[in-house]
Every structure is written in C-alpha cells, then in structure tokens.
Design a protein around this ligand. Structure first.
Ligand code: HEM
Length: 150
C-alpha cells in the first residue's frame, strides 16, 4: 500500500467509527429519555391536543360524534392519557378506552379519520419522525378497544 491508499483506508475507518458512534448515541438517548421528554413535555402535548381537537371539530366525517361531548374535559383527558402512555409524570383519570367508547359503534373508517386528524395536528409542529411514529403507535394500539364495527 502506498501512502495514499493508507490515508484512504484510515479515513474510511474513521468515517465508519464516527457514523457508528452517532447512531449508537442516538439509540442510547432514545432508550434513556422518555417519549414524553423527547416530545417536549406537557406544554408540547397540550399544544398538539389543542390543535388535534380543532381538526376533529372541522372534520365532517366524525365531528357529529362529539356534538354532546364535554370538550374541555376530553381535551384534559387526552393530555393526561398521552402524557401517561409516553412515560410522563401524569395519571390518566378517565375511563379505560373500551368503557369510554362502549356502545358508540365506532367504525374502522371513523378511527382512521381521527388518526388522520392526529397526524395533521402533529405535522403542525416540529415532531421528529421517530417520536411521531412512537406516539402514533401507542395510540393506534388502542384501535381494537375503541372500534366496534368494521
Ligand atoms: C386513538 C384513538 C382515540 C383515543 C386515544 C380516544 C381517547 C378518548 C378519551 C381519553 C376519552 C375520554 C374518556 C373519559 O372521559 O373518561 C374519549 C371519549 C370519547 N371519544 Fe375517544 N378516543 C379515540 C378514538 C375515538 C373515535 C374514533 C371516536 C369517534 C369517531 C371517539 C369518540 C369519543 C367520544 C364521543 C367520547 C366521549 C366524549 C364526551 O362525552 O365528553 N373517540 N376518547
């Protein structure tokens, strides 16, 4: 190997080590820091929920469902729920999802519409893909408790 080849190999090796380290550190960070903290805590969650409730209110596919809802209370429960499932220091004080939605006959399409509104709300803020996917994953996992008809 001449000096140029040695330099090239050394540079390649250093690049691999640096990239590996950055990836490793980001994984370490994500496993140690709760989703709640990575989202920006309660103020950020409250902002997303406020935005989300606005999208639902304008969504003619599902807004009639909320005609008799207590919106400030629902808003508070959603913040508590997201705070708790994301590992934050909150206690969700509402009913479990099966009980809360029992007898409403919510369909998969309605659930999908609500998730679309949630995505639209999240997209209004600078939520990185990793955190967005984790939050959506935690909430869409509740689908089978909420949906009663296909
Ligand atoms: C990931 C999806 C969903 C989540 C996380 C969620 C969460 C909640 C929560 C936390 C409550 C409050 C329960 C309580 O006060 O004890 C609630 C109530 C309610 N939800 Fe959902 N929900 C979801 C999907 C849906 C869908 C798809 C609909 C209809 C299209 C819906 C309609 C309602 C209604 C009408 C109430 C009652 C509100 C009131 O009476 O004040 N939810 N939901």
């Amino acid at each position: 190997m001449d000096i140029r080849q040695i330099l090239a190999v050394t540079l390649f090796g250093m690049t691999l080590i640096t990239t590996g380290c950055a990836e490793h550190m980001s994984m370490m960070k994500n496993s140690r820091v709760s989703l709640y903290e990575r989202l920006g805590g309660r103020p950020a969650i409250t902002a997303v929920v406020d935005e989300f409730v606005g999208w639902v209110a304008k969504d003619s596919r599902i807004n009639s469902r909320f005609a008799n809802a207590n919106i400030p209370k629902l808003n508070l429960r959603l913040v508590e729920q997201i705070c708790q499932v994301s590992g934050g220091p909150c206690t969700y004080m509402g009913q479990d999802m099966k009980t809360a939605h029992a007898g409403m006959g919510i369909s998969n399409a309605e659930f999908g519409a609500l998730v679309e509104d949630l995505i639209a709300a999240i997209n209004k803020f600078n939520v990185p893909k990793q955190e967005k996917d984790e939050l959506l994953g935690a909430l869409t996992a509740l689908q089978s408790d909420i949906v009663e008809r296909s």
